[in-house]
Write a protein that binds this ligand. Structure first.
Ligand code: ADP
Ligand code: MN
Ligand code: MN
Ligand code: MN
Length: 332
């Protein structure tokens, strides 16, 4: 019998920010990956005396790391009674996406992250600091850019897996990078983002570097790491007024959104470093100091999408996309 390796991937119950876990199942080729299980007492998802948690496959791609017919299998975590585990944020995202399916929501998420080698960001001196921010964003050259081979390998892996990665760029802080996923529906974009995060960690292993989604990996005059979330409905892609209405709706629930956009958001949304303070809400055309930016092209075309700049790099995209769909679509 021909067998393959299926890497089952899930999101654990660690607070305040969940971690990713995975383990391998050797299984027959050309079969659907079956429901599986794991020890929830080792992942902050169950007490030791009731440790069994269930893995329900929801998004499967070809494994670009192992190659061949091997698979990566993203799962939802379920309780043994078949209901979603409390740590499972995808189930609610699916419900909201279905409720407002007629709006045809699309998301494009810009995932920023920082490479670390040991205790310092990649490319930083062991003591002290690199030169101040300025040349690093979209830079080129070994004095400005650190970790490009990892970034290239990750982008290539995402493409071979069929993940809708739409680009990469070096970021403002040295050692910091970004990749973008989308546009795609709320659940699809979030599934692909989680899968792309797992691939980033996994590929980092081969290079001896570790990617962190910490929202403020270095204190002081260094940019934090966000996950700008670009959003449109069919109506927004056809006219300008719904883009403004979406901004207005998001403004009415600003506190709810900020509270659910990732751990330590107060440290990142300071009002400096291309952010708007978490205590304020404003939107504007081309404004990188606003909570929500309307890209100039969108203002010019009179239609398109908006960019919610508030989500942290360490946000849960199932939560962020669910909240945006719910807030915007329930208001219009
Ligand atoms: P920025 O200029 O803020 O750095 P990026 O180019 O990094 O923007 O990311 C823009 C993201 O927006 C991409 O992922 C892209 O796929 C996504 N996007 C483009 N059009 C739409 C749309 N109509 N709705 C939602 N997302 C979109
Ligand atoms: Mn970007
Ligand atoms: Mn960026
Ligand atoms: Mn952006």
């Amino acid at each position: 019998m021909d067998t393959i390796r299926a890497e089952y991937i899930w999101i654990d119950g660690t607070q305040p920010t969940a971690r990713m876990r995975s383990k391998t199942k050797v299984m027959p080729k050309n079969e659907e990956p079956p429901v599986w299980g794991f020890d929830g007492s080792s992942t902050n998802q169950a007490p030791g005396d009731k440790s069994d948690c269930v893995l329900k496959p929801v998004y499967t791609v070809k494994d670009p790391v192992r190659g061949g017919d091997n698979l990566l299998v993203l799962c939802e975590v379920m309780l043994v009674d078949g209901s979603p585990h409390p740590s499972n944020t995808r189930a609610a995202c699916v419900a909201t996406a279905e409720k407002y399916a007629a709006a045809e929501s699309w998301f494009g998420i810009e995932q920023e992250y920082t490479f670390f080698e040991g205790t310092t960001p990649l490319g930083w001196p062991e003591r002290g600091f690199p030169g101040p921010q300025g040349p690093y964003y979209c830079g080129v050259g070994a004095d400005e850019v650190f970790g490009r081979p990892v970034v290239e390998a990750h982008m290539d892996a995402c493409m071979r897996a069929g993940i809708a990665i739409s680009g990469i760029n070096a970021e403002v802080m040295p050692g910091q990078w970004e990749f973008q996923i989308g546009p795609a529906g709320p659940v699809e974009c979030s599934d692909m983002l989680w899968m792309a995060r797992w691939l980033l960690y996994r590929i980092g292993e081969d290079f001896g570097v570790n990617a962190t989604l910490d929202a403020k990996p270095v204190k002081g005059d260094w940019n934090g790491a966000g996950a700008h979330t670009n959003f449109s409905t069919k109506a927004m892609r056809e006219a300008y007024e719904p883009c403004i209405a979406a901004c207005e709706a998001l403004g009415k629930k600003a506190a709810l959104h900020v509270a659910n956009y990732g751990h330590n958001i107060e440290a990142r949304l300071t009002g400096l470093h291309e952010t708007c303070s978490y205590k304020e809400f404003r939107y504007g055309v081309s404004d990188r100091g606003a909570s929500i930016r309307i890209p100039w092209q969108v203002a010019k075309d009179g239609k398109g999408y908006i960019e919610d700049r508030r989500p942290n790099a360490n946000c849960d995209p199932y939560v962020v996309t669910r909240l945006i769909v719910d807030t915007v679509c329930s208001a219009t």
